[in-house]
Structure formats: C-alpha cells, structure tokens
Design a protein around this ligand. Sequence first.
Ligand code: SF4
Ligand code: SF4
Length: 431
Amino acid sequence: MNRREFLKHALTVAAFAPMTSLVAKEGLDGDKSSEGKGRQITRRRYKNTALTVPLLGFGMMRLPRLSPDKPDIDYATTEKQIAMAMEVGLNYFDTAYFYHDGLSEKCAGDLLSRYPRDRYYLVSKMPVRALKKEADVERIWNEQLARCKTEYFDFYLVHNLNRERWADTGKFHVYEFLKRKQKEGKIRKLGFSFHDEPEVLKVIAEAHPWDFGQIQLNYLDWTIYRSREQYEILTKLGIPVIVMEPLRGGALATLNPEATAVFKKADPAVSTASWALRYAASLPNVLCVLSGMTLTEHLEDNIRTFTDFQPLTDAERKTIEAALAAYRKSGAIACTECRYCTPCPAGVNIPRVFGLYNQAKTTGNTGHFRLVYDKMSPDEKASACVDCGACLKKCPQHIPIPEILKKIASEMEAPQKKIAVHPVPDYESFV
Ligand code: SF4
Ligand code: SF4
C-alpha cells in the first residue's frame, strides 16, 4: 500500500460513523462476561446495546496439536490457554464444524462447559459445503449442539460463503432455518463468513438483515484481496465486522528479515504480529479480531497488545507501509495454511509444502526446508500433484495450486538446487 492509499484509507475510515465503540474498562458489560480481576483486554460495544465483545477473539482453528500432521488437539495446553484467556476477559471462542476435522467443536464443548455458560461466547458455523440436501442443515445443527455441549450459540455464522455456496444457502433454506433458531433463542447474533469478490459480498450482505459479517482483513490483503472494499460494504450497511486472518495464517507474524527490521527499528519491544493485529483492530467498525494462537507465547503476546488497546497512529501506519514494501520482495505464496484444500486425492500435503516453501522464502534458510521436505513421503511432495484441479475450487485465496506446486517441484526437488530469491509476481496474477 502506498502513502496515497494510506491517506485515502484514513479519510475513508473517518467518513464512517463507527458501529462499535471502545469499552476499555470492565464493569460495562451487560453480559457479566468480564468479571475477572486485574488486567482485562479492551472490549467493543455491539452497536448501542449492552452487549460487549472482546476486541481479540480466541480462534479455535489452529489449536495446539499432539502431532503436527494429525488433527488431534493437545487438551492439556488448550485448557491452560482457555483459563488464561478467561482470566483477562478474552471470552469469544470461535470454532467451526470442519476445524481440526470436527475435533475443535468437541474440544470447545469439553473444555468450555466447565465454565458458567454466561461467562463466555460460543461461536460456530453452518458448513454449507457439507450440505447435500435440506435435511442436512438440521442434522448438522443438532450435531454441533451436541459436540459443543450447549443449548445455544452466542454468535453463529453461515460458513465460508462465496458465489456457489450462496446459491446452496438459498437452495437448502439455510438462512430461514437459522432465523427460526434465532427466534427460538438458540442463536444470539446471526452472521456469515465470506471469501470471494466484493461484488458477491454486496449481494449477500444486502439480502438479509445480518447481525455481523466476518471477512479476511489484514494490511497485505487490504488492497490485493480487496479487503478494504469488503470492509466498506459492510460498514455502509451498518453491519459490524469480525476479522479473520489478521496475520494471514501466521505469515504476518514471521516476515522476512528486511520487513522485520523495519518494525524492530520503529519499536524493538513489540512483536511483528502485534503490528498486524493493531492494524485490523484500529478500524472503527471492527467488533473483534480473531487470532488462532497455537502457542501460549502467542496468546500472551496478543493479550499484551489488546490490554488498553491503542489504535495505530499515522506514523505507525507509515511504518507498516515500509515493512509491507520490504515483505513483497520475499516471494512468499499467499497460502494461509487453512487446510480447506485437503485432502488431495493424490496425497499431496498442500499446506505443508506451501508452509515450508514460505518459510524458506521469508527466512532464506533453504537448509531447514531440505531437512524437513526430504523426509516427507513422495506422495506428499509437490511433484506428486497429478493436476486434477480438485483443490482449486476449495481454496479461499484463489491460489493456482497445481501451477505453484509445479514451480516448487522444479525449484526445490532438483538435487541441491538453490532456491531463487526473487520477487514473486503480484498476487493478482495468481487469481
Ligand atoms: S491439482 Fe494436484 S494438489 Fe490439487 S487436488 Fe489435484 S493432485 Fe492434489
Ligand atoms: S492452498 Fe488455499 S486452501 Fe490450501 S491451505 Fe493454502 S490457503 Fe488454504
């Protein structure tokens, strides 16, 4: 983002009256959800109601695992993280039907049900891509209630909408079903999450009186993924925004050395992740920023960022602009490691291959890449792709997966070939 875009952005943001307002102290929450003592993270008020939401949400998509390649969750660590979160009023827990192959909802049920139900917000989503017929909507809903050990959801979303899934949402009367559940008191706030072009978002957002919308937003995607237009559409319609992927699957927490140096020069005491989280949370119509905090250190760092939250200053925005310019030179792929493209019928471990490749690109450490990559089974490697195209429709980032895998195979699987460090083509050329 160049300086002109930044200034334009600041003016645009100022033009919108905020749907949400900062509530920095405890005791203002009509939901009794921040009764802990000591430091509390900043909350935002939902429109002009007594409902307040922590500005940082606990994403349950990337929970600590028992083994890196299996979905099984490390309950002992997660339990400690939840306790730490609850202590500081971080009580918005975002799970979904598919996270950790279904184990995330179960984990939310097992671990959160130990707390009084009015002390936390439980959030899940209707997986439209799993629906084959209308009866599946009720079957999955009931399954989710049972997994989550709850009788209601505080926030509930139609999951991962795009043009095709929006058509299925209509075909299977998903909205009508969920609206009935809301009237029965089983859903407090009804929204949707979204991955597609702003033009599609506008159609969806205007179709119903949604309580909130969840979009991918971070300083890298503000222009290349058109997050800015998405944010503005929701804001104009008076729909509060929940942010997902503020760190772009962790990529904005581990930038290349050049970009990291820009941040460290500006403030050696704060993490690279903190800059990205503050970027998203500084937007006035953002109700909550979700972060999947696999390591306890991530959680601790994020709690620091969101305690007495400070929006970005103009000088800090310029620092992000400079770091972004340095990051663009690294050549990383736009993969967020969300795993939506899995399983690949040929067995390629797409998120793992892309994750390792990005690590090599951003750190310049090809040795680590070879160490791990060479131990992967031949089926999991980039060269195992048979170009069937099955993954293409599933990737919310619109990454041309087989094309990139071919490039990685030729670049990384040739014996002792050094990784070429060069600027990757602009993201738009990938979509
Ligand atoms: S195109 Fe390649 S990576 Fe994608 S699903 Fe087919 S074989 Fe797997
Ligand atoms: S390639 Fe796309 S779908 Fe697969 S993990 Fe990366 S971002 Fe997610």
